[in-house]
Write a new protein. Structure first.
Length: 93
């Protein structure tokens, strides 16, 4: 799965409110809101990047909303992710 087709598949797994459940093993389930993942940094994200005072490595950056927020505040930042769908989305920003 790659590119926008991968994002469409992920978004298609969401419930009517935009949440997707990810099961880890037999007893741990994480719920994620897809639309939030694709949005710009929110006030909570901005509080987090506000404490970064030097070059920052954003490991597992997803579509890069924190990396973008860091760059917008003048902090050198590099976002990396192994998810091809996330990298594709980042290139579209």
């Amino acid at each position: 799965m790659s590119g926008t087709a991968g994002l469409a598949t992920f978004a298609g797994a969401c419930d009517d409110d935009g949440w997707v459940s990810v099961r880890h093993g037999s007893d741990h389930v994480e719920r994620h809101h897809v639309r939030r993942w694709l949005r710009d940094a929110d006030p909570v994200d901005l509080d987090l990047v506000g404490v970064c005072d030097g070059p920052t490595l954003d490991v597992g950056c997803g579509p890069g909303r924190l990396t973008v927020a860091l760059a917008q505040q003048g902090t050198p930042a590099l976002g990396i992710d192994i998810c091809a769908e996330a990298v594709t989305r980042t290139r579209m920003l």
